[in-house]
Design a protein around this ligand. Structure first.
Ligand code: HMG
Ligand code: MG
Length: 306
C-alpha cells in the first residue's frame, strides 16, 4: 500500500457527532470538548452548524459555542451553513470558514434540506459567492456517495455532477460523504477513479461513516488514490439525523493509530486525543465506539479512570 507522508484530518465530532446525540449536550460540555480537541494538534475542527434550530435542536447554541470557546492559533474552525440566513448568523459570530452541504441523492436532499439537488445548488450559490467575497474558505459536502437509505444505489455520474457543480460555485474542497457507511474499498476506488478526469483529486476529502466497519479501510483506500484529507470524529461519535441507521464517523483515534503506525504524519498527539475522548465518554455516560479508544481506556492506570 502506498500511503502519503502526511495527511490532514478534519475533526467533525463537535458537529457531526453532537448533532446526533439523543439529548442536547450542554454548551459548556461542547466548549470543553472543542477546547480539549484544540490542544491535540488537530489542524481543523468543525465546531457546529448554523442550520434551522427546529431541524437540528442539538446545535441551536451555535453562536454561544463560538463565543465561549478558546480558539488556538493555527487551528481552523469551520461551521456548516445551508443558506443565506445561516451565513448571516455565522458571519455575525465571526466565522472565517464554512461548509455547504449537498447530496448526490434526490431523496436525501429533500429530507435533509427540504429541496431538490438543483434547488439546493441555487440555495448555495449566493452563500458561496458572498462568503468568498468576504474572504472565507468554503468547503462543499456531497452526501450519500456510496448509497442512500431512501433511493438505494447512487450513480457515480450523480456524484460527479454535484461535485463539479460545487467546485464551480467556488468551493475550495469537496468532502465526499459515505453518510450511512455502506461503501467498500472497491467502491471507493471506483468512485475516485471515475471522478479523477473531472476534478482535482487532491482537492477532495473523504468523510466515511463507520456503520459497517469499513471506514478505516475506505479512508486508507482514498489516501492511496491521491486524496490527502479525511474527516473523522473523536471516539467515533455521531450519525446523521436524516439518515436512519447511520452510525458515527470513522473514529479519529482509529485513523491516527493506523497512520502513525504506518509512518504517516498527522500532527496529532494520540495520547492527548485519547484523553479527550475519555473525558467526553465520561460526560456522555457511555464508552466510545472507537476500538483504539476502548483498548487504551482499558489499560489506563486506575487513577486516571475516574
Ligand atoms: P426550510 O424550512 O425549507 O427553510 O428549511 P426556509 O428557507 O423555508 O425558511 C423557513 C424558516 O426558517 C424561516 O423563518 C427562516 O428564516 C428560517 P420564518 O420566516 O418562517 O420565521 N430559517 C433559519 N433559521 C435559522 N437558521 C437558518 C435558517 N434557514 C431558514 N439557517 C433548511 C431549509 C436548509 C434551513 C433546513 O432544511 C435545515 O436547517 N436543514 C439542516 C439539516 C441538517 O443540518 N442536517 C445535518 C447536517 S448534513 C450531514 O450531517 C451530512 C454530512 O455530515 C456529510 C455526510 O455524512 O454525508 C455533512
Ligand atoms: Mg456526516
Amino acid at each position: 500500500m502506498h500511503l502519503p507522508d502526511r495527511v490532514t484530518i478534519v475533526e467533525v465530532g463537535p458537529r457531526d457527532g453532537l448533532q446526533n446525540e439523543p439529548g442536547t449536550v450542554p454548551t459548556d460540555i461542547k466548549v470543553g470538548f472543542i477546547d480539549r480537541l484544540s490542544r491535540t494538534g488537530l489542524p481543523v475542527i468543525e465546531t457546529t452548524s448554523f442550520v434551522h434550530p427546529r431541524w437540528v435542536p442539538q446545535l441551536a447554541d451555535a453562536a454561544e459555542v463560538l463565543a465561549t470557546m478558546t480558539p488556538v492559533e493555527g487551528v481552523r474552525y469551520p461551521v456548516l451553513v445551508p443558506n443565506e440566513t445561516g451565513l448571516d448568523r455565522a458571519l455575525a459570530a465571526g466565522v472565517r470558514e464554512i461548509a455547504v452541504f449537498g447530496a448526490a441523492s434526490e431523496a436525501f436532499s429533500q429530507r435533509n434540506l427540504n429541496r431538490s439537488i438543483a434547488e439546493s445548488i441555487e440555495m448555495f450559490r449566493p452563500v458561496v459567492t458572498r462568503a468568498v467575497e468576504a474572504g472565507l474558505r468554503v468547503r462543499g459536502y456531497v452526501s450519500m456517495v456510496c448509497g442512500c437509505p431512501f433511493q438505494g444505489e447512487v450513480p457515480v455520474d450523480d456524484v460527479r455532477r454535484v461535485t463539479v457543480e460545487l467546485f464551480e460555485l467556488g468551493c475550495h474542497e469537496i468532502s465526499l460523504g459515505d453518510t450511512i457507511g455502506v461503501g467498500t474499498v472497491g467502491q471507493v476506488q471506483h468512485l475516485l477513479e471515475a471522478l479523477a478526469p473531472s476534478v482535482l483529486v487532491d482537492r477532495l476529502a473523504v468523510h466515511m461513516h463507520d456503520t459497517y466497519g469499513q471506514g478505516l479501510a475506505n479512508t486508507l483506500a482514498a489516501f492511496e488514490t491521491g486524496v490527502r484529507v479525511a474527516d473523522t470524529s473523536a471516539g467515533g461519535l455521531g450519525g446523521c439525523p436524516y439518515a436512519p441507521g447511520a452510525t458515527g464517523n470513522l473514529a479519529t483515534e482509529d485513523l491516527v493509530y493506523a497512520l502513525h503506525g504506518s509512518g504517516v504524519q498527522t500532527g496529532i498527539d494520540l495520547d492527548d486525543l485519547l484523553a479527550t475522548t475519555a473525558w467526553m465518554a465520561d460526560r456522555l455516560g457511555r464508552p466510545p465506539a472507537s476500538r483504539v479508544a476502548r483498548a487504551a481506556m482499558a489499560t489506563r492506570p486506575p487513577a486516571e479512570q475516574d
